[in-house]
Design a protein around this ligand. Structure first.
Ligand code: FE2
Length: 296
């Protein structure tokens, strides 16, 4: 499990542009091939005012404007996992710019779990067919002349993957910046021990690998950051750095998770993101979200 099932190509250096969404502390990335106009977009954000049920696209439009201004061709819309804290804008961006929407093949596990919690009918497919591509561990795909690799890194959720492109890795919520530690592992299907093992997989990449976070919360008042390296995480990560043991991590993570509040947008996020970013509809075809009572 800790072996990386491909040979990292450190000489390939994708051009990475980050877009930070202040409302959800999410970082969206445009990952461009230096040798062509091809790019991928990782973890896009659709804006929601949950109190009013209003959905808008300011965040996604910034990314779309950047892609258009630079004449880029979107080949992939990658979701590192089913996010519980923001809604994906992948279908909106796909409609405007094209590209295939991809996620880890274990999306089917997530769909099964939350299909039950949200009491979705039989019309909700739990086979991942809402996505254009389901990645298995070690699968590769092309972004222009670059080869990208999907690395299975579950624990935060069952479908979490890290996407490695040349010397860059997009870790989703597998890791935070060194002073942020790691993401929670207490959602249904999450597991602290499995998350520890997945983090070791990321740390098995070459030391100089650039790591790009999906989130940053600016701990202790520092400015927002989203990029670090494997070497920095190994040396300084407050949850797993300096060879912290699996047992220590599980104990710490479990205690910490018990004290965390439920993410503000978990209910709309899961319903939308398990459908590849499509808003569910009611029997009359109107976009509609549910609130299951006492389910979380
Ligand atoms: Fe997440």
């Amino acid at each position: 499990m800790q072996d990386v099932p491909f040979i990292p190509e450190l000489s390939v250096k994708p051009e990475v542009t980050a877009f930070f969404d202040e409302a959800t502390n999410t970082v969206t990335y445009v990952v461009k091939d230096p040798n062509s106009n091809a790019c991928a977009i990782v973890d896009s954000v659709m804006d929601i005012d949950y109190a009013s049920g209003r959905i808008t696209y300011e965040s996604a439009d910034k990314v779309i404007d950047f892609v258009k201004a630079n004449g880029l061709q979107v080949e992939w819309l990658i979701e590192t996992h089913v996010h519980a804290d923001h809604l994906s804008a992948a279908p909106y961006i796909q409609q405007k710019l094209g590209g295939k929407i991809g996620i880890g093949a274990n999306i089917t596990v997530v769909q099964d779990t939350f299909g039950k919690i949200f009491n979705e009918g039989t019309e909700f497919q739990r086979d991942g067919s809402q996505f254009d591509r389901l990645f298995e561990d070690g699968d590769s795909y092309e972004i222009g002349t670059m080869t990208a690799h999907a690395l299975y890194t579950p624990g935060h959720t069952p479908a979490c993957m890290t996407h490695v492109v040349g010397d860059a890795a997009f870790v989703g919520d597998t890791l935070f910046m060194p002073d942020g530690g790691s993401a929670r592992a207490d959602f249904p299907g999450g597991d602290a021990g499995v998350l520890y093992d997945s983090i070791q997989r990321v740390l098995a990449l070459p030391d100089e690998t650039r790591l790009f976070m999906c989130h940053d919360y600016g701990p202790n008042g520092r400015d927002i950051q989203w990029e670090t390296t494997v070497a920095e995480e190994k040396a300084h990560n407050i949850h797993v750095g300096q060879g912290k043991s699996r047992e220590e991590f599980i104990q710490f993570r479990t205690e910490r998770d018990a004290s965390l509040a439920v993410p503000k947008l978990i209910l709309p996020s899961l319903q939308v993101n398990m459908r590849a970013g499509e808003v569910p509809t009611d029997a009359r075809g109107r976009p509609m979200l549910k609130v299951p009572v006492n389910a979380f």
